[in-house]
Design a protein around this ligand. Structure first.
Ligand code: GTP
Ligand code: MG
Length: 138
């Protein structure tokens, strides 16, 4: 089985959507094998999203991710990385398939409720960014 890093973003924690989003993951067969609620500093958000440092929305993205608490989690399952991205839907909620998290809950392309790792190598790095091995219980 595979693991992926998921973040429930500030727009979703603010609206009390953590449980509804977790139900989507669990209904899709993803197991939540680690989870914690934290508030990132802007510097930590910048480090996490450093691949986007040259994008025009980088500063706005980091401000947003540090604005309120997030829930970071490790999801586990068969093909978890791809499955999670399916459940999340397209980055822009206007393009997201109905039934996906972003179609149902996201407010805009920036405030789009969830993050999910996009490949095995990034999943590994992103999981260790937030969690020690002992904190992940499969
Ligand atoms: P993540 O799972 O969060 O990485 O989303 P993604 O892989 O679907 O999108 P991508 O990696 O291209 O962009 C990362 C994040 O930057 C997105 O999830 C958005 O929160 C934000 N973002 C992307 N495009 C825009 C944009 O045009 N404007 C703003 N404000 N934010 C954007
Ligand atoms: Mg991405």
């Amino acid at each position: 089985t595979e693991r992926t890093l998921s973040i429930i973003k500030p727009d979703a924690t603010r609206r009390n959507l953590t449980g509804k989003i977790n139900a989507k993951f669990e209904d899709a067969g993803l197991r939540i094998v680690a989870q914690k609620r934290i508030q990132l500093t802007k510097a930590q958000a910048g480090e996490f999203y450093k691949v986007h440092a040259e994008r025009p929305f980088y500063d706005e993205l980091c401000e947003f991710m540090a604005s309120e608490p997030v829930v970071v989690q490790v999801l586990e399952g068969e093909g978890a990385i791809a499955k999670n991205r399916e459940v999340m839907g397209a980055t822009n909620p206007a393009d997201a398939d109905s039934g996906t998290i972003r179609a149902e809950f996201a407010e805009s392309v920036g405030e789009n409720s969830v993050h999910g790792s996009d490949a095995p190598e990034t999943a590994k790095d992103e999981i260790s960014f937030f969690f020690a091995d002992l904190e992940i219980v499969g």
